[in-house]
Unconditional design. Structure first.
Lengths: 172, 182, 127
């Protein structure tokens, strides 16, 4: 399967918050195992959806400066409700701290009016060239891939690149 | 994608702890989106591996008969990537337990080719036992697994091959009312 | 016998770990639900940590007497009756129920519980 845990990015406030949605459907194979008698979106996929939402906020805000954005810490990730097929999880991330190499967020997932996920996450972020200059070419390939991905999930008019912080120059 | 995030248990002591391995391969489709050019195992799926290792231990506390679900990651932390070709070993220990659920701590350790070890992941997890809670008004099912499906999972991951009870005797499917074939 | 400072610092540590909040957010006045986003699942986690930190046993309903709050005998229009209030005070001698008494809407009780109440609870348990 693809590892695209968000179907659409609906709202973006650079450097502040992002709102995206994930629809759950029976065509997702893993639901036959999770669980055979009770198909629901796995909790860690709510967490992954929130991680991806936060990563997109960073990518859009910083014009893809960091190519690797990964979950580093999570605290008090709570699951209050299940997300069965046919329902839509709305994922909202709010940036609370941004430092060189990391960024922190409050995350919330809702179905309708009800909370299904709450917690705090910290992501680490870097480009491969930061660690090994020879990998600058891989960064460039990754950026080109992310831009294609962006065009699939970012609705037109939701985010104007000129609202974002000035782009970090790409060494390539 | 199937939902088996533990390949094989190597140790399983009911009511106490379990150790399980998970190998990562570039044939796993999702690695090509995560990410193109730099495939690494998503940390959320490492979290799931830790939750499954601990979850099977916690479910056993209630005879594999109840609704036991992941309720909370009190803490998760990750240090560095898990790459295709590497294997991570999860070790879960049951902590506090109460009428309505139980806590577990899990680590994930990668063994490097030079023999050194690196603790890549750490989790503190709380599992809720829903049957004792206000389950009916939440639209919950009577069970998560059909006994055949559950038994299959426990067999393919080696729980019945290595699993022992506190007194050292082997765990048997029949002890839990699970199907015995042949 | 632990001093109040020791109790506060251990309670603070338990809350920081269980709720993922920052240390400076856990002030004595902070409301567990309102300010620190604690939910029922967290109370369990907090109870585990308090038991370990202070080497005590906390039974279900001891910190938060759910049984009284859901007992229809003591309820009227979502509020606790005078009799219910008496029972509650017996069970929660550690809590400052002043604000709650003036308008005993059951749903508000959890929201008003503070970090200080939790410290008093531990102090009461250690006696």
């Amino acid at each position: 399967m693809r590892f695209w845990l968000l179907d659409a990015i609906e709202e973006v406030e650079p450097d502040q918050r992002l709102l995206a949605v994930k629809n759950v459907s029976y065509s997702e194979e893993y639901l036959q195992d999770h669980f055979p008698e009770f198909p629901v979106l796995p909790g860690v996929f709510m967490l992954e959806a929130a991680t991806q939402a936060a990563a997109w906020l960073l990518r859009l805000t910083d014009n893809y400066a960091d190519t690797v954005i990964a979950l580093k810490e999570a605290k008090n990730i709570k699951y209050a409700d299940f997300v069965p097929p046919g329902r839509q999880l709305r994922v909202e991330v709010t940036q609370t701290k941004k430092e060189p190499g990391t960024a922190s967020f409050k995350v919330q997932g809702t179905i309708g009016e009800k909370n299904s996920l709450t917690g705090r996450i910290e992501l680490e972020r870097f480009s491969l060239a930061d660690r090994d200059p020879e990998l600058a070419e891989t960064d460039a390939r990754m950026r080109s891939y992310f831009r294609k991905w962006e065009s699939a999930i970012l609705r037109p008019g939701v985010f104007a690149a000129d609202l974002a912080a000035p782009a970090t120059p790409n060494p390539a | 994608m199937r939902w088996f995030w533990v390949d094989r248990f190597t140790e399983y002591v009911a009511g106490s702890h379990a150790v399980a391995d998970k190998g990562v391969a570039l044939s796993d489709e999702f690695l090509h989106d995560h990410w193109l050019g730099y495939p690494v195992m998503p940390n959320s799926l490492i979290a799931e591996g830790m939750a499954q290792t601990a979850g099977l231990l916690v479910s056993e506390l209630y005879g594999f008969k109840e609704l036991v679900v992941l309720a909370k990651f009190t803490r998760l932390s990750f240090d560095g990537p898990l790459l295709p070709g590497q294997c991570i070993t999860y070790r879960a220990e049951i902590g506090h337990r109460k009428e309505i659920g139980a806590q577990a701590s899990v680590t994930g350790v990668i063994r490097k080719p030079d023999g050194s070890e690196h603790q890549q992941a750490l989790a503190e997890i709380f599992f809720a036992r829903l049957a004792n809670d206000s389950a009916p008004d939440k639209g919950l099912p009577a069970k998560l697994f059909d006994p055949d499906d559950l038994c299959h999972w426990l067999h393919v991951t080696g729980v019945f091959r290595v699993g022992v009870k506190a007194d050292g005797s082997r765990m048997q499917p029949a002890d839990y009312g699970l199907p015995v074939y042949g | 016998m632990a001093s109040q400072e020791e109790i506060f610092s251990k309670v603070q540590e338990a809350l920081v770990e269980a709720l993922g909040v920052e240390e400076d957010e856990v002030t004595p006045e902070a409301k567990l639900q309102g300010d620190l986003d604690a939910e029922s699942i967290d109370f369990l986690d907090i109870v585990f940590r308090l038991e370990k930190a202070f080497d005590i046993k906390i039974e279900r309903g001891e910190l938060f007497p759910e049984d009284i709050l859901t007992n229809t005998e003591y309820l009227q229009d979502g509020k606790l009756t005078a009799e219910g209030l008496e029972k509650l005070k017996e069970r929660m001698p550690f809590a400052n129920l002043g604000e709650f008494e003036s308008n005993p809407v059951v749903q508000n009780l959890g929201k008003q519980l503070t970090v200080q109440d939790m410290c008093s609870f531990v102090e009461h348990k250690l006696k």
